[in-house]
Design a protein around this ligand. Structure first.
Ligand SMILES: Nc1ncnc2c1ncn2[C@@H]1O[C@H](COP(=O)(O)OP(=O)(O)OP(=O)(O)O)[C@@H](O)[C@H]1O
Length: 337
């Protein structure tokens, strides 16, 4: 594994209130990591820590095995904040600003043109004033001003807030382009969970400052339907239904988080009659970090889940990739994002 960051026992507080509590987190190079979480769950705080803008009150953060970074390393980390600020000048001045500050003025016209094209804006935009841009265009100009720096690490805090679907798509393409062309490692938060889900190589959920990684959790995304009692129901493509009890107050764009340990799989087909037991099929089985367990990836009508099973169960049930299984969800410990 190509580890870029390692965080150990990070705790951060504001006014004595704990807002972040990360026991251990590693982040790999050249991945797009999506951070999902409701308002106030600690995403921006975590981003400030990853950018070395804010020092956590407790714990250690290592970037490429170093827990102190110099100015050069700091330059490798570029942040697009939640409400990016544009200079009250032209688009060209805004995009060229970072390079000029760094004294890298060679071929600057061409570089600005390239950055504009990456975010789907024509060269003619460079002459526009900051005040002549729509919200989506302004956001893309702010992104272009970061991409021109070809950053090693790019942190995007809500890059799609307030933009339409066309701009969101162009932002997505620019991000994928940066990953491919510059090998940039990218951390993103967005409340547009579907958008974020599609772009992320790795997904991390934050809930009240605690972090849940996708090998231990399953995130179930919208769309949701409502049953006659107003509870949310996930209707899979094959019409199987997962009814979430006591979910009347939840919105249809919510994300449901189910711990892998709250999912049971079995070949005992009689279980299929139980509530919240659905039919799935195994995709892959691999060794868990804990020796006596195996990690199973399976699909319910194309939606991918994971859970872990003991070696003893694996052997007694004779589970193999491709097998049909009954998946039983224990929904007592679910969390909503
Ligand atoms: N400078 C600050 N002073 C005091 N409290 C703060 C400060 N910054 C953040 N907080 C609090 O820390 C908690 C986490 O905030 P943070 O901005 O990290 O969450 P977030 O997940 O990014 O939220 P959002 O999705 O709304 O941007 C919140 O309760 C917030 O009110």
């Amino acid at each position: 594994m190509n580890i870029l960051y390692e965080l150990k026992n990070i705790k951060h507080y504001f006014d004595g209130k704990k807002v972040l509590d990360v026991e251990h987190l590693t982040l790999e190079k050249n991945q797009i990591v999506g951070f999902f979480g409701p308002n106030g769950s600690g995403k921006s705080t975590l981003f400030s820590i990853l950018a070395f803008i804010c020092k956590p009150i407790e714990g250690e953060i290592f970037l490429e095995n170093l827990n102190k970074i110099d100015l050069q390393m700091k330059k490798d980390i570029v942040v697009l904040p939640q409400n990016p600020y544009l200079l009250k000048r032209t688009v060209f001045d805004n995009i060229a600003y970072g390079l000029k500050i760094r004294g890298e003025v060679e071929n600057i016209d061409k570089k600005v043109e390239e950055a504009l094209s990456m975010v789907g804006l024509e060269t003619s935009f460079s002459k526009r004033k900051w005040s002549q841009l729509s919200g989506g265009e302004a956001q893309r100009v702010a992104l272009a001003a970061r991409l021109i720096l070809k950053p090693k690490i790019l942190i995007l805090d809500e890059p799609t807030s307030g933009v339409d679907t066309n701009s969101a798509q162009l932002i997505k393409e620019a991000i994928l382009h940066a990953k491919q062309k510059y090998n940039t490692t990218i951390f993103i938060s967005s409340h547009d969970y579907n958008w974020l889900n599609h772009i992320s190589d790795k997904k991390i959920a934050l809930f009240q400052g605690h972090l849940f990684e996708n090998k231990n959790i399953n995130l179930l995304f919208s769309p949701w339907q409502k049953d006659d009692n107003g509870c949310l129901v996930k209707v899979f493509m094959d019409n199987q239904r997962l009814l979430i009890p006591n979910s009347q107050s939840k919105k249809r764009d919510s994300i449901l988080m189910i711990n892998s340990s709250d999912i049971n799989i079995s070949k005992d087909s009689f279980l299929l009659g139980n509530q919240n037991s659905l039919l799935g099929s195994i995709i892959s089985i691999f060794q868990d970090e804990k020796e006596e367990y195996l990690q199973v990836e399976f699909s319910i009508s194309g939606v991918i889940f994971n859970c872990s099973i003991s070696k003893a169960k694996f052997e007694s049930q004779k589970l193999f990739p491709g097998d049909k299984i009954v998946v039983s969800f224990d929904l007592n410990n679910i969390k909503w994002l």
